[in-house]
Design a protein around this ligand. Sequence first.
Ligand code: ADP
Ligand code: MG
Length: 605
Amino acid sequence: MLLGKYLDENISRCETLFTCNQDSMFILDIEGHVVQVNPAFEKISGFSTEEAKQLKLQFLFPIDNVNKVFHHFHKAVLGQFQNFDCKMMNKNGQLVDLNVTNIPISMNDQIVGVCAVGRDITALKRKKEEIRKIEEMQRILTDDVLDVIISTNMQGEILYVSPSCEHILGYTEDEVINQNSLTFIHPDDKKKAYMNRKKSLDTLGNGRDCYRVRKKDGEYVWMESLCKPIIDTETLLVLEVVSVIRDISKQTKVEEEAKKREETYRDIVEYSPDAVFIARGNKILFINETGAKLLGATKKEDILNKKVIDFFHPDYHEIAKKRIKVVTRGDTTDFYEYKLICLDGTVFFAEVKAIPTIFQNKPAKHIIIRDITEQKRTQELLLNSEKLNVAGQLAAGIAHEVRNPLTAIKGFLRLMEAQADNNQTYFEIIKSEMDRIELILSELLVLAKPHELKFEPVDLNRLIDSVKTLIDTQAIMNGVHIETSYCAKNFMINCDRNQLKQVFINILKNAIEAMPKGGVVTIELKKHSFNKIKLLFKDTGKGMPQDILKRLGEPFFTTKEDGTGLGIMISKQIVENHEGTIHFWSDQKGTIIEVILPLMRPKQV
Ligand code: ADP
Ligand code: MG
C-alpha cells in the first residue's frame, strides 16, 4: 500500500527517468511481487506491464539463479544497495545476462519496496568470451611447446617468430628477425626447403615438408614444416608466408627404430631354418625362403596373398580355424600336427605353431611350420626295425628249434609211409602241413640271414621278365593277366638278384591272391629321377581298408586263412637293404605298390 502511494507520488516526478531509461527497471514490494516495470524491461523480458505484474520473482530467473536473486533482494529489503550479475529468463525461455542494482525504496524511514535496475550485459559477456577464446587460441598457437610459428616476407626474411622458438630452437626473437629463414636449414636440405617454399608461392597452396633445422647449440633437429602464403584479398598479392614448424626428431627416431626392428625381424624370419609365414586375417603377407620351398613354390609371389587355409588339408580346416581364432585373440598356440598341401597338391605332415605379432604396424600372425615327414619316417623305421629285430631273433630261434625235430619227423614219416598201405590221405595231409611249416621257415630264414647278400649288376627288365615267367602259371590258373610296361630297356641296378626276385614274387602273389575272380596286374618300370628307377605294381583286386594298410609290414600280420604275414615285411626289408623305398596305396578298386630303387651310376655299369 505504502509502495503504491510512494509510486503515485514519485513516478510522475521521475517519469522520464523511469520510462526512457535504457536499463530495464522493475519495482517490487517487500514480498517480492512485481508492482511496476518500465518499457525497457518489457522489451528485454518480452512481458507486458500487465503480464509482469502477475509474475513472481522466482519465475523470472532460472532455478540456479533464484537463490542469488533472493539473497540480494532480501539485503535490499534490509536497506542495503546491491549490485550483482545474474541471468534472467525472458518470455521465450531465452537467457539474458543482466547486471542488477537493487535500490531499497524507503518512505518515512521504512523500506517499502525495491527498485531493481537491470543492465543487459549479454553482448558484453559474449565479447569477453570471444576475447578469451582468441587469447586462448593465440596462446595455443604461440606457446605450444611443439610448434614454432614463423612469418617471412617474399624474400624469405623472417618478420615474426613465436615465443616458442626460444624454447625449441634456443634463439631469441632478436636473433632471428630479419634473417633469411634458409640460413637455419641444413645445407643438404636447403634446396628442398627452397623448392617447397617456391612451389607454395607459385601455386598459392599449402606446402608440407621435413628438413633439418640448426638449433642455437649447433645441433640439427628434424622438423616438419607447414607453410601457407597469406594473400591480400584486394590486390591478390602475397603479403607474407606463414609457416608452422614442429620438432619431429623424436617421432622420426621412433619411426626409424620401428623400421629397424621390422628389418631385424624380417632378417630373423628370412634366415630361420623353419618355414615361416606372416598372415593377416586369412591372407599370407610374407613368407621366407624355407617356407616357399616347403610349400613347393619356385618364387615367393606364388604364395603371397594366397589364403592360409588353402594350404591346410580339408580334414584339418576346422581345427585350423579354431586355432586361428586363438591367435587373433592375442594368444600363442603350441605346435600341432597338421596335414598340409603343397602348391602341386602333394600332402605332407607338419607341425604348426602361431604367434600374434605386429607386421607393418598392424596386428598379424607369425606362423611357424616344421616339416615332420622325415621325423615320421625315422619313427616308422625305428618302429619297424624294432619289430624286425624281434622277428629276426624269432626266425633264428624257430629255424634252429623247429628244423631239427622236423627233419626227424620227416624221416620217420617216410619210413611209416613205406610200411603202411592204408591211411594214405592222412599222410598226404601231414606232408602238406609239413611243407607249409617248411615254407614259413624258409621265409623266416631270409630274415635271419640279411647279411649274406650278394650284390651284382642286374638288368631289372630281365629280372622282372623272369619273375613273370615264374609266376605266370599261377596267375593264369587264377584268371589273372600280368602285363608289363617298360619306358626303357637296360635299367641296371646293383642288387642281390634272388632277394629282389623274392620281393617281386611276394608282391605278385599278394596281387593274385587279392583277385580271386581274376583280373589284371600291371608292372610299370620308369625312371624316377636321374639316379633312381620306379616300379609300379597295380592290381585290380579288392584293395585294403585304411586300418590294414597301416599295419602292412608288421611281422605275422595277415588277413588270409593260410597266410604267413611275412611277405611284405620281408620285401620291405630287402628293398631297404637295397637303399630303396616301398609305398602302398589302396582302395576298393585295387592296390598300387611303388618300389623305388637306386640305379647304377654309368661308370659302375
Ligand atoms: P600274406 O600274404 O601271407 O597274408 P603279406 O605280408 O604278403 O602276408 O601280406 C599281408 C596282408 O596284406 C595280406 O594278408 C593282405 O591282407 C594284405 N595285402 C597285401 N597285398 C595286397 C594286395 N595287393 N591287395 C590286397 N591286400 C593285400
Ligand atoms: Mg603274401
